[in-house]
Ligand binder design. Structure first.
Ligand code: HEM
Length: 246
């Protein structure tokens, strides 16, 4: 048995996957971190205080995980949906009543969307209360604000897709409110609706925004956001001197 394990771990294929030995020495431990796509997101050095679970509550990572769940469940929902005003609602009913686990799938996506808004807002509050918006992280704060707007945009555009009464009237009210925004209001409303009222053009646009544009930009900006966290030296610790005393 040990010969077989030896043979496997020395093979070229194994070594092309795992480019380090067993992590029982400093070199292999650092290689584990730098050669792993997930671990290498961490900066080379992190502050001890920022590693405490209660420092960030992992809210940023939870946002990433919820976004991934939403992307997967959203992709599956696309198998049972078409953005036409004649059939969208009946597709949703069929999904809930006839498709195995359809109701669960829809609920995972819907509750996931609510959860993402809550978690992202809490993450923003954590960043604010730990003073992590200050230099050099002000750029990442701005990226974060864009991510918050996109997260709200994803919820808003997704709301219309079931094409039920709630969806129809919520978007009618929402786009009317947007229309009152000074200067750009009527242009924003026209761009969203593609016509004088909520109809097929609006449904097509909301669908395109919801399944392609918004998630695509969220994925790109999240990559930038995580890369900046690494480049800015990990999580901010307000007073490094205070930490040195620990
Ligand atoms: C889709 C939404 C978002 C995702 C996926 C996300 C993800 C992350 C992750 C994984 C981290 C690493 C630290 C942690 O887990 O707390 C982080 C840090 C950070 N985020 Fe976000 N974030 C999002 C939205 C926001 C928002 C709305 C803001 C503020 C307006 C923001 C500002 C920041 C800043 C400044 C840091 C650095 C924190 C520090 O150095 O302590 N992010 N984000």
């Amino acid at each position: 048995m040990s010969k077989l394990i030896n043979f496997i771990t020395r093979s070229r294929v194994w070594r092309s996957f795992f480019r380090h030995g067993w992590p029982d020495n400093p070199l292999d431990r650092s290689l584990v971190m730098t050669t792993n796509i997930f671990f290498h997101l961490h900066p080379v050095k992190v502050r001890r205080k920022s590693l405490r679970a209660t420092y960030s509550f992992g809210l940023g990572i939870i946002s990433v995980i919820v976004f991934t769940v939403l992307s997967i469940t959203g992709l599956l929902l696309m198998f049972y949906y078409a953005p036409t005003i004649e059939r969208a609602y009946s597709y949703i009913l069929t999904l809930q009543t006839r498709v195995p686990f359809g109701q669960l799938l829809r609920n995972l996506h819907r509750w996931g969307a609510h959860l993402m808004v809550i978690v992202v807002v809490l993450h923003m509050a954590r960043v604010f209360y730990t003073g992590a918006y200050k230099p050099p992280r002000e750029f990442n704060w701005v990226v974060g604000v864009l991510l918050l707007i996109l997260t709200l945009g994803a919820s808003f555009t997704g709301y219309l897709l079931p094409w039920d009464q709630l969806a129809y009237w919520a978007i009618t009210v929402g786009t009317s409110v947007a229309g009152y925004e000074p200067i750009m209001g009527s242009a924003i409303k026209a761009a969203l609706l593609g016509g004088p009222e909520v109809g097929q053009e609006a449904l097509t646009r909301f669908y395109a925004l919801h399944v392609m544009l918004i998630p695509g930009v969220i994925a790109l900006l999240t990559s930038l956001h995580l890369w900046r966290v690494r480049k800015d030296g990990g999580l901010a610790v307000q007073d490094p001197a205070e930490e040195d005393k620990e």
